[in-house]
Design a protein around this ligand. Structure first.
Ligand code: FMN
Length: 179
């Protein structure tokens, strides 16, 4: 798909088609794309825990998602927990933060990877929903995620059951100052 078209057609999807499956090959394609994103000193601190079996998808939905997201992820074909290894991106070898942003750089890197991930998913015919309303403690427990990894978003993957409206965006003048 053309890059411009990808950008326009990607949407957050809150109603997924039934009986869609995501294969390991699909997962490998989207994680490969995620890994091609830039990262602080190429540290690649993004980590992914992916529920593909119905049992794990249901456990994740019922135990770890806010009700709103649980209701909107029925029929998700896979759900990806995204995390980053803390105290590495944005940090020196001696463990001190390189600047005032500290672990925000790890979150920044993960966001870049996540964007590649959702665009690659769209490119091979899937849709996604990034979710910040989730219970990270329960996700750590369910997937055995080490404490030093910070859980950020959970991303549902499936196929859109309906065409959503494009939410409005701010004007150029509202977000840019040119000098
Ligand atoms: C960090 C982050 C957290 C989000 N959390 C949720 C969420 O918990 N539930 C939800 O339905 N949408 C969530 N969204 C999706 C946004 O609401 C959505 O991206 C925004 O409304 C713009 O719509 P679009 O993605 O279709 O362009 C989240 C998006 C981001 C980037």
């Amino acid at each position: 798909m053309e890059f411009k078209e990808l950008i326009e057609k990607r949407r957050s999807i809150r109603s997924f088609e039934e009986n869609v499956t995501v294969t390991e090959e699909d997962v490998r394609k989207i994680i490969y794309a995620a890994q091609q994103a830039p990262s602080w000193k190429n540290s690649e601190t993004g980590r992914y825990y992916i529920a593909v079996s119905q049992e794990m998808i249901e456990k994740l939905r019922t135990e770890c998602l806010a009700e709103y997201n649980r209701n909107n992820t029925k029929n998700a074909a896979a759900i990806i927990v995204t995390a980053y290894v803390s105290n590495r991106s944005g940090f020196e070898r001696d463990g001190s933060a390189t600047n005032e942003r500290g672990n925000e750089w790890g979150a920044y890197d993960l966001g870049l990877q996540n964007m590649n991930l959702i665009m690659a998913a769209r490119d091979i015919g899937f849709d996604t929903l990034i979710m910040g309303l989730r219970d990270s403690a329960k996700l750590h427990e369910l997937f055995g995620i080490p404490e030093e990894q910070h859980v950020m978003s959970v991303i549902a993957v499936g196929k859109r059951a309906a065409e959503p409206e494009k939410p409005v965006r701010k004007n150029f003048e509202d977000i840019v100052k040119m000098f």
